[in-house]
Design a protein around this ligand. Structure first.
Ligand code: IMP
Length: 408
């Protein structure tokens, strides 16, 4: 049995917490895409772990954490992260595997990433981690794969400065390298989480191109990046926040506008601590965009949703969600591909009453205030997908499970 956990917005939906929650009952967590551009925060007991490359299941001592074939890995960042985990008391040796088909990020990619973005007419606002360069090198057939570290003939063809950087990692990474197709075949009857990075709207194909990341963050990428076929994915869980955020540039139809929405954006940013885990950048905030969420549910065949950060709205008298785009034409069923159409779109909003009480400590769906239940019911009707997990705080215990995702 496997569960693919993907972001259903523009990233930062709280996937780390949800994967951590599900990983307690999993034997394996495979991260299928992205690189050190991602930032997953996990609060476990009284400790906070910030992960970029290592799959979120690492916190459980018996879980195997696999860096999948769809990833681009900066070995310096990987070993730095593993060392921090060790300092935090997490022993990882023997439990972290790396696909031999994953690609590597070398320092010149990071420099090129920053330079390229600076020279764009419309910069994307990348994280500067060399991710886009690594995926372009991969598509151009000039990338460096993990397996190349152990193929002396291919290794000798690399640029001297890349070899100089990679040399110290050859031996260290060797015991972690695995043939993921074989590993996944043998793990087919085990509980496996396929962990996504970023979100469906940052996916290279289905996101707001060109303002996207360069890996596969939609559910289709889970099969490619974890070396299994699409029919082998058992269940897709989409994670979304009670509102919407985005870091970096690009269209964001439901973004709060100071002249229309006052200081809502600043309030949500402060209450939700909406600052990038990787870059520290303040995140742009907006209403929950149900048009975009419905699109994500469709392109990712999301079976169930996990709603996070619902408690951020605890103090609000009223809440609004975007249920349509006014772009001077009739109401759309889909999510426009055109960047200018998305930039022109004025959100059509629906109002909801706030619940004006703390959701802290609630662990059963029945105990949620009626107004919160109404907000959730409306989301489910609009996107035609059930909300089966509700998170009301960063701690593991602040999670309401409406249906067990492993036995569903
Ligand atoms: P890149 O992935 O560094 O190339 O950045 C491309 C775009 O994706 C930028 O707008 C980034 O801010 C955004 N992005 C990349 N990774 C994440 C993430 O984990 N969360 C949110 N946004 C991200």
């Amino acid at each position: 049995m496997n569960l693919a956990v993907i972001g259903a917005q523009w990233g930062d939906e709280g996937k780390g917490k949800i994967v951590d929650y599900l990983a307690e009952q999993a034997e394996v967590v495979v991260r299928f895409s992205g690189g050190a551009n991602a930032g997953h925060t996990i609060v476990h007991k009284d400790r906070t772990y910030k992960l970029h490359l290592v799959p979120s299941g690492i916190i459980y001592p018996r879980t195997v954490a696999v860096l999948g074939a769809g990833m681009v890995i900066d070995p310096g960042a990987l070993f730095g992260e593993l060392q921090t985990l060790e300092e935090q008391g997490v022993s990882w040796e023997g439990r972290v595997l790396v696909s031999d088909r994953a690609h590597l990020v070398v320092p010149r990619y990071r420099e090129l990433d920053v330079e390229q973005d600076r020279s764009r007419m419309q910069p994307i606002g990348t994280t500067g981690r060399g991710i886009g360069v690594a995926y372009s090198m991969k598509a151009a057939r000039d990338g460096i794969r993990v397996v190349d570290l152990f193929d002396d003939e291919r290794y000798a063809l690399l640029r001297p400065e890349d070899r100089e950087f990679l040399d110290p990692y050859r031996e260290r990474i060797h015991p972690m390298v695995t043939d993921l197709a074989v590993y996944m075949y043998h793990a087919r009857d085990r509980r496996v989480v396929l962990e996504g990075a970023q979100g469906a709207l940052l996916d290279l194909d289905h996101g707001t191109y060109p303002f996207v990341s360069s890996g596969y963050s939609a559910a289709g990428g889970a099969a490619l990046g974890a070396a299994i076929g699409p029919r082998a994915i058992d269940h897709v869980l989409g994670v979304f926040k009670a509102y919407t955020t985005r870091v970096g540039n690009g269209p964001f139809p439901s973004e709060f506008q100071p002249d229309r929405d006052g200081d809502l954006g600043d309030q949500i940013r402060e209450i939700g601590q909406e600052y990038g885990v990787t870059t520290g950048r303040p995140r742009r905030c907006g209403y929950l965009d149900l048009v975009a969420l419905r699109y994500a549910c469709r392109v990712c065949s999301i079976d169930a949703l996990a709603l996070t950060h619902l408690d951020v709205y605890d103090e609000f008298d009223e809440i609004k969600a975007c249920v349509g785009y006014d772009i001077g034409e009739e109401t759309l069923d889909g999510f426009p591909a055109s960047i200018s159409a998305l930039e022109r779109a004025v959100p059509v909003t629906k109002r909801f009453s706030g619940w004006k009480t703390s959701l802290n400590g609630i662990s059963r769906f029945e105990d949620l205030p009626a107004a919160a239940k109404e907000y959730i019911a409306c989301i489910e009707r609009f996107v035609e997908t059930p909300v089966e997990i509700v998170s009301v705080g960063s701690q593991r215990e602040s999670t309401i499970l409406r249906s067990d995702q492993w036995t569903r």
